[in-house]
Design a protein around this ligand. Structure first.
Ligand SMILES: [Fe+2]
Length: 224
């Protein structure tokens, strides 16, 4: 498992369930519990606030049901903890996030994102409207890092792209150092995804010890 994950930077893992889909579909339909709302983070993208883990127990239970701590360890061989959970709605036909790495150095040598980088799990449920394209990932780009991101365009000439589609049986676990892009919505559709972000426990404490939500998310995860 870890050899394949190292090679490509991405794995499909068992995930999902009727209860989870029911809650996500209600959110997509704007049937939202009192005290919660969707707020815009990027253009055409809206995150459930103020939090996800207290919105419904299913967002924690699904981590237990699919033994996510074990799954992450088997793929990465690293000790990772959870610090952020997001339910995100994306609108519009234009991609809100073109090709990027979540962690990189820009042309001035400045760090963007978390160092060292972590991993994410994203679940893209499939509802009645059928299978849809959701994310593109450049296989192996997680292992090829230039001093800054100016050379990344060359990688599209040599590496293959994996297209991630909606599924009710699996999620993706991926190395956020690899190049990835969000698939544009077609026909002015609106879509929903559930995102779990992982880092080492040390980094979470160093960077987020004054953020109650991140710390309680980690505590919850450590007790699974
Ligand atoms: Fe990203």
């Amino acid at each position: 498992m870890y050899k394949s994950f190292y090679k490509t930077g991405i794995a499909e893992i068992p995930f999902g369930g009727d209860r989870l889909n029911k809650v996500l579909l209600e959110l997509l339909d704007k049937n939202i519990k009192k005290g919660y709302e969707f707020k815009s983070k990027y253009t055409q993208s809206f995150d459930l606030r103020p939090d996800v883990i207290n919105y419904d127990p299913v967002f924690v239970n699904v981590l237990k049901e699919f033994s996510i701590p074990d799954v992450i360890k088997k793929h990465t061989l690293k000790d990772m903890s959870l610090f952020h959970v997001q339910v995100r709605i994306v609108k519009n036909e234009n991609s809100y996030m073109d090709w990027h790495r979540d962690t990189y150095y820009n042309q001035k040598g400045e760090l963007i994102g978390k160092s060292p980088h972590g991993v994410k799990i994203i679940y893209y449920p499939q509802f009645k409207d059928g299978e849809k394209d959701r994310l593109l990932y450049l296989l192996g780009s997680n292992r090829i890092i230039f001093p800054n991101n100016a050379y990344d365009n060359q990688l599209f000439n040599i590496l293959a792209v994996k297209k991630v589609k909606t599924s009710n049986k699996k999620a993706i676990l991926f190395d956020i150092n690899g190049l990835h892009a969000v698939c544009p919505e077609k026909n002015k559709d609106t879509s929903i995804r559930l995102i779990y972000s992982f880092l080492s426990p040390q980094q979470i404490v160093d960077d987020h010890s004054n953020d109650m939500l991140h710390m309680s998310t980690m505590k919850m995860y450590e007790s699974i």
